[in-house]
Ligand binder design. Structure first.
Ligand SMILES: [Zn+2]
Ligand SMILES: [Zn+2]
Length: 110
């Protein structure tokens, strides 16, 4: 059971075209680059479902990828549409939180 299983975003804000800022229900704040999130997409086109083998090479994603749209999926996930045309990725809140690139989270998850 993840420690972040019950956290939810309380505010979601795009910063320019290629970053998104999320404020979480436990007070934590995360800033993600679009290219970073896109490279962690877990959809069936990016990760082979049975084996978990990555089908997506990180270098296929341009660093200047932008966020076309972001929307809530029910009460559990965010859905992004990216500027490379990809839009099948769903990011459950707990996974999104686990991807937080801030130094605090990066050291806690290793
Ligand atoms: Zn994907
Ligand atoms: Zn963090």
């Amino acid at each position: 059971m993840s420690a972040h299983a019950s956290v939810r975003p309380t505010a979601i804000k795009k910063i320019g075209a290629s970053e998104i800022h999320i404020l979480w229900s436990d007070g934590h704040a995360s800033t993600y680059r679009a290219s970073y999130l896109r490279r962690h997409c877990r959809c069936a086109l990016c990760v082979e479902e049975l084996t978990g083998r990555p089908l997506l090479a990180p270098e296929m994603i341009p660093d200047d990828l932008t966020i076309v749209s972001v929307e809530l999926v029910g009460q559990y996930a965010l859905h992004f549409q990216w500027s490379d045309g990809h839009s099948t990725g769903i990011y459950p809140f707990a996974e999104l939180r686990a991807l937080c690139p801030c130094p605090h989270c990066a050291s806690a998850s290793s």
